[in-house]
Design a protein around this ligand. Structure first.
Ligand code: 13P
Length: 253
């Protein structure tokens, strides 16, 4: 059985004071009741160290939102896997559609980052998903299969287990327009089938596939009930302790 996993992608939100407030509120809720769900938060780099301190002795794990594929070098403004590891970061979101769109990240670059993250013992949360235009043109499966293949190119059977996949249809991110549980399940089961072809069915059955895109307390449960949806990558709704906690609770049943 795959344990459910709920991760919060804070994106470019929360300064230092707000970081303390959000994490304190979340820990207070988890202290009253902690469900059997794996929980992670992915704050911006400026809050990584502070968040790491605040979540010590709590069930919350630490993730980052991005990293460069090189270990070090003249890459102004970038952060490496080695640096993240030195702050006890456990997860790193890679291939998010906002990085693909606004920062022109290619599948090849994302693949290099995935391999580098694994080398440094970071667990990638590897995001993929189609745009609205691609969905409307019937290209969803081709697009996600291609992203999956290219992203995992050269990743061994042993290493792929360390990866969490996040299916995030671009049209559902920040739009309030969630994929229906059936639409999401269809893509998740397709991805799992492809993983079993790329690796084998045992590995495919172990890999977590999260759904992301306008997950809210109101729709989380129906999504998480689907057989191939192993939790969620949450944007907007993770910025308030209450709604994030409600989503964490929805992952438990
Ligand atoms: P929203 O939950 O705000 O749609 O964002 C989803 C997302 O991009 C998580 O990575």
């Amino acid at each position: 059985m795959r344990k459910k996993f709920v991760a919060g992608n804070w994106k470019m939100y929360k300064d230092k004071t707000e970081t303390v407030q959000l994490i304190s509120e979340l820990i207070e809720k988890l202290n009253s009741y902690t469900p059997e769900v794996e929980i992670a938060i992915c704050p911006p780099f400026t809050s990584i160290e502070l968040a790491g301190e605040l979540i010590k002795n709590s069930p919350i794990k630490l993730g980052a939102q991005n990293m460069h594929s090189e270990i070090e070098g003249a890459f102004t403004g970038e952060v490496s896997a080695k640096m993240l590891k030195s702050f006890n970061v456990e997860y790193v979101i890679l291939g998010h559609s906002e990085r693909r769109t606004y920062f022109k990240e290619t599948d090849e670059f994302i693949n290099q980052k995935i391999k580098r993250a694994i080398e440094f013992d970071l667990k990638p949360i590897f995001c993929l998903g189609e745009t609205l235009e691609e969905r409307e043109n019937g290209k969803t499966f081709d697009v996600v299969e291609n992203q999956l293949r290219l992203g995992l190119n050269g990743v061994s059977r042993l290493d792929v287990e360390k990866i969490v996949i996040a299916y995030e249809p671009v049209w559902a991110i920040g739009t309030g327009r969630t994929a229906t549980p059936e639409q999401a399940q269809e893509v998740h089961s397709f991805l799992r089938e492809k993983l079993s072809k790329l690796f084998d069915s045992e590995i495919a059955s172990k890999i977590k596939i999260l759904y992301g895109g306008s997950v809210k307390p109101e729709n989380a449960r129906d999504l998480f009930k689907q057989p191939d949806i192993d939790g969620g990558l949450i944007g907007g709704a993770c910025l308030k302790a209450d709604s994030f906690y409600q989503i964490i609770l929805a992952a438990q049943f």
